[in-house]
Design a protein around this ligand. Structure first.
Ligand code: GTP
Length: 345
C-alpha cells in the first residue's frame, strides 16, 4: 500500500552536530553515518521522507561534512534528491536552517538528523495546515523525560511552555520535543544569520514570548521513535530494529561468507557482505556484524554492534557493546558494555 503523499515537498535535515555523547564512535565518522543494521543512521529519515513524497532534502552539515556526500550520494536510492550545504562553523540547530534559507520555497519539514521513526508525515502536514501555526512540533509521550526538553500545551494544542531539564511534568502529560518540525519560512526572520542559534533553547522560547503560534502535534497513534544520542540508545535502536519494531523495514538477505563447524547463531541477527564466523563461535541474539567482520573460534557475542572490518579474537566474550571499525579484539578478551576502540580523536 502506498502512503498518502505529503503536500510539503521540502525538508532540511540537521546533520552537523559533533556528537560528543557518542564519542569515541563519532571521532571516526559523523553521527549521521553511524551504521544501524549496516545502513547509515540518517538513511532511515531519507527513506521515510521518500515514502511520503518529500523529494527535495537539504542536508545541513558542519562536523566531518566531507564524509557525507561520498556515503549518501544524490539520495536516489531512498527516493529523494539530496543537496548538501556546509556551514563554515557549526551554527546550531536554528542557525543551520537559517543558513539554507535561500533554498527554501515554502513550508518545510526540519528534522534532527539522528532519529529513527515511523511518523505519518502526511497527517502531520495536515495538522500543521489546520492549526494555522507558524511552526508545528512533533510531540512524544515518554515515561522518563529527564533526557529531553518538555513541552506543555493548551486544550487546542498550542504550546504554552518549554521546560528544559525537568525531572517531572507537573501536568502529567510527559510530552517531549521529538526533534521533528514543520516550519513556515517566515520564522527564519527571527533567527540571526551567521551565528550559532538553537531551536530548542533560543528560537522556540523567543517565538512563544512574542506571541507567535506554535502547535504541539501529538499523533493519535504513536509509531516507533527513538533519538540516537547516546551509546545506550544506539545499542537499543539496533536491538529494536532487529526485533522488527520499525514495520516498514525490510532487511536484505545476505549469506555468511564462511561458517565453521558447530557455530550457533541465535536470531535475530544481521550481517553484511564478507562476514566469517569460525568454528564453535556463538553469535546472538541481537548482533549486527558489519562488512568483512571476522568472529574467531569459540568466541561468544551477544547484543553487540560490530562495525565494518573488525575482528573478534578466539574465545573472546562480548556483551551489550560496540566494536569500532577495523578494531582487532584480542583473543580471550571479555567485555560487557561500552565500546572497544583503541583510537582517540
Ligand atoms: P551531542 O554533542 O552528543 O549533544 O550531539 P549533537 O552534536 O549531535 O547534538 P544534538 O544531539 O543536540 O543535535 C541534534 C541534531 O542536530 C543532530 O542531528 C545534530 O547533527 C544536529 N546539529 C546539532 N548542532 C548542529 C549544528 O551546529 N549544525 C548542524 N548542521 N546540525 C547540528
Amino acid at each position: 500500500m502506498t502512503d498518502k503523499q505529503s503536500p510539503i515537498e521540502q525538508a532540511v535535515l540537521l546533520a552537523g552536530g559533533i556528537g560528543t555523547r557518542l564519542r569515541p564512535l563519532t571521532y571516526q565518522r559523523p553521527k549521521a553515518l553511524l551504521p544501524v543494521l549496516n545502513q547509515p543512521l540518517i538513511s532511515y529519515e531519507l527513506k521515510l521522507l521518500g515514502r511520503f513524497g518529500v523529494a527535495e532534502v537539504i542536508l545541513a552539515t558542519a562536523y566531518q561534512a566531507d564524509k557525507l556526500r561520498p556515503a549518501l550520494g544524490d539520495g536516489g536510492q531512498w527516493g529523494v534528491e539530496l543537496r548538501y550545504v556546509q556551514e563554515s562553523l557549526p551554527l546550531g540547530t536554528a542557525g543551520a536552517i537559517k543558513n539554507v534559507e535561500s533554498l527554501i520555497a515554502g513550508p518545510f519539514f526540519a528534522f534532527n538528523g539522528d532519529l529513527i521513526m515511523d511518523v505519518d508525515l502526511a497527517l502531520m502536514a495536515e495538522a500543521h495546515e489546520q492549526s494555522g501555526a507558524e511552526v508545528t512540533i512533533l510531540l512524544r509521550q515518554v515515561p522518563d523525560i529527564s533526557h529531553f526538553g518538555l513541552i506543555q500545551r493548551d486544550a487546542e494544542g498550542f504550546i504554552t511552555a518549554f521546560v528544559e531539564k525537568a525531572a517531572q511534568d507537573s501536568t502529567g502529560q510527559n510530552t517531549i520535543n521529538a526533534g521533528v518540525y514543520i516550519m513556515s519560512p517566515r520564522l527564519l526572520a527571527y533567527v540571526p544569520a551567521g551565528e550559532p542559534y538553537s531551536n530548542e533553547t533560543d528560537l522556540f522560547p523567543a517565538l512563544l514570548e512574542q506571541g507567535v503560534k506554535l502547535c504541539g502535534y501529538l499523533p493519535h497513534k504513536q509509531g516507533y521513535w527513538r533519538d540516537v544520542g547516546r551509546l545506550e540508545t544506539y545499542l537499543q535502536v539496533n536491538q529494536d530494529l532487529l526485533a522488527g519494531k520499525l514495520p516498514w523495514l525490510k532487511l536484505p538477505a545476505v549469506e555468511l561468507a564462511e561458517v565453521g563447524e558447530d557455530v550457533q547463531i541465535q536470531q535475530p541477527c544481521c550481517w553484511d557482505k564478507g562476514v566469517v564466523v569460525e568454528s564453535g563461535a556463538e553469535v546472538g541474539p541481537y548482533v549486527t556484524l558489519g562488512e568483512g567482520v571476522k568472529i574467531g573460534e569459540d568466541a561468544r557475542i551477544e547484543d553487540c554492534v560490530v562495525h565494518p572490518g573488525a575482528s573478534i579474537g578466539a574465545g573472546a566474550d562480548l556483551q551489550s557493546m560496540v566494536v569500532a571499525e577495523n578494531e582487532q579484539v584480542p583473543a580471550g578478551h571479555k567485555q560487557t558494555q561500552g565500546v572497544f576502540c583503541t583510537y582517540e580523536q
